[in-house]
Design a protein around this ligand. Structure first.
Ligand code: SF4
Length: 473
């Protein structure tokens, strides 16, 4: 894939400014705000059941668990977390998860191979080594794990012990994601997440010593007191530590949705120009350091699975971001069966999300019901548009012929010059006989291009669309 050196010329800056609107990250289509509470736990059970015909006995599966507890709150965080130091909460939650696993396993053919298990949060290492072991062993008892399965976990270096790492290694975990965000002590203090570089470096090395080479660092730009120079120093450290993947997220300051973000003094946030500069510099520096730009906010080393999948057009997106598609069905999303509060599942043409409230979660389980709060059943137009959006975000082009082949729908009327003219004029796409290809600058703004094909967004290109979404750049 072509190197994207994004020199911040006045022309490029103007384009970035123009397209800096709020928009979905398309970890699903339709996106979560469209889902409704009319979708219940019974609908989820029905979707699980319908997806387990004998014909699907070898269809792969992904599992996700949300562990919502954290010992303290990082002020930028917009995840669903419960701040507590009462570790006894973990035992009750673990019991709930074990029950939920049993309930879901009843609906899943035991032959279906699990390709991924991801523990996210919150802080998954809020669970002790013993609790992690109980959880993962229960999964392995109730589901059939492929020998090639990826077992991944999000790690907070501040609260993870050597004992937990040893246990994870023994359980087969082969991918670790570190919440890093920024190494600058002033930025760390401003977001209530003090985490010296030595702590991260030590833990990364410890994981390598255990043989866990697949490491991801989450970084965030747009945090208080960040400057181009300060983030350059963070990049120096990150490049030296050499993780296999890097996610570089744009901080979404949405205090009306995440009230604790009010603790951040808005005057200390970098302005739009500085954010563009940080993103642009990061894009160049990470590629110069050998990373491949996967798309949106993801980078990976050339030998990482994501880079290989990008080259082989096997990339897709789900709630975990980009993932490697297995199997030939271009419309088939990898079924994801999820567990725990707020966890999102994607099964047999449906999306569903569990309740965010612990008390409601336990209540549903006590009644032997799936704790679903909202969801959505995709119809044919949704499936078509999801295919189009994935093509834009994951393959860097859109071809009418390919969509006709995959969906049996002629979309040429959706590709009128009128609807795409601005993208052509701004250098984001180049028209072809079959549709368009996305330019290097367009890949940075691929969310904006995808938004044109989103039937649920009213004004995708003008000003702010909805305060529920983060900015595209
Ligand atoms: S540790 Fe992670 S999930 Fe917990 S508050 Fe901080 S950013 Fe949010």
């Amino acid at each position: 894939m072509k190197h994207i050196a994004l020199a911040l010329t006045p022309a490029v800056e103007e384009v970035l400014q123009k397209y800096s609107v709020r928009g979905p990250r398309y970890t699903s289509y339709p996106t979560a705000p469209i889902w409704t509470e009319a979708f219940t736990g019974d609908d989820y059970a029905a979707a699980l059941r319908q997806n387990n015909t004998v014909a699907q006995r070898d269809k792969p599966l992904a599992l996700y668990v949300h562990i919502p507890f954290c010992e303290s709150r990082c002020t930028y965080c917009s995840c669903n977390v419960i701040i507590t130091k009462q570790t006894e909460q973990a035992e009750k939650y673990l019991a709930g998860l074990l029950q939920e696993i049993d309930m879901a396993a009843e609906f899943v053919l035991p032959t279906r191979p699990v390709l991924q298990l991801h523990l996210g949060g919150g802080t998954p290492t809020y669970f002790t080594a013993n609790q992690l072991e109980t959880l993962v062993k229960h999964f392995k008892k109730r589901f059939h794990f492929s020998e090639q399965a990826e077992l991944a976990i999000e790690i907070d270096p501040r609260v993870t012990s050597d004992e937990q790492l040893d246990t994870l290694k023994n359980l087969g975990f082969n991918r670790i994601s570190f919440g890093v965000q920024d190494f600058d002590p002033i930025v760390q203090a401003a977001v209530n997440r003090i985490q010296p570089i030595e702590q991260v470096a030590q833990m990364a090395q410890r994981c390598r010593d255990l043989g866990i080479e697949n490491q991801n660092y989450d970084l965030i730009y747009g945090l208080p007191y960040q400057s181009l120079a300060s983030f350059d120093r963070t990049l120096d450290e990150v490049i030296t530590l050499s993780p296999s993947r890097i996610a570089l997220y744009n901080y979404a300051h949405v205090p009306w949705m995440s009230p604790h973000q009010k603790e951040i003094d808005e005057a200390t946030l970098p302005d739009g120009t500085v954010k563009f500069q940080i993103f642009s510099r990061s894009l160049s520096r990470l590629q110069e350091a050998g990373y491949v730009y996967i798309g949106m906010d993801h980078f990976a080393k050339p030998d990482d699975e994501l880079s290989l999948a990008l080259a082989q057009k096997r990339l897709s997106r789900n709630f975990m971001g980009y993932y490697v598609q297995h199997g030939a069905d271009p419309l088939g999303e990898l079924d994801m069966v999820s567990f725990g509060v707020s966890a999102i599942s994607s099964v047999h043409g449906t999306y569903s999300q569990a309740t965010k409230k612990l008390s409601t979660y336990y209540e549903a389980l006590a009644n032997r019901q799936f704790p679903i709060q909202r969801g959505y059943i995709l119809h044919a137009d949704d499936t078509l548009r999801r295919r189009i959006i994935l093509s834009i975000l994951c393959e860097g082009h859109l071809s009418c012929r390919q969509i006709l082949n995959d969906c049996q729908v002629d979309i040429s009327s959706m590709l009128s010059l009128e609807s795409l003219k601005a993208f052509v004029d701004d250098g984001l796409i180049v028209l072809t006989d079959e549709g368009f290809t996305i330019t290097p600058l367009g890949r940075v703004l691929s969310r904006n291009i995808a938004m044109v094909f989103d039937a649920y967004l009213k004004q995708p290109l003008q000003g702010e669309t909805s305060p529920v979404y983060s900015k595209t750049v």
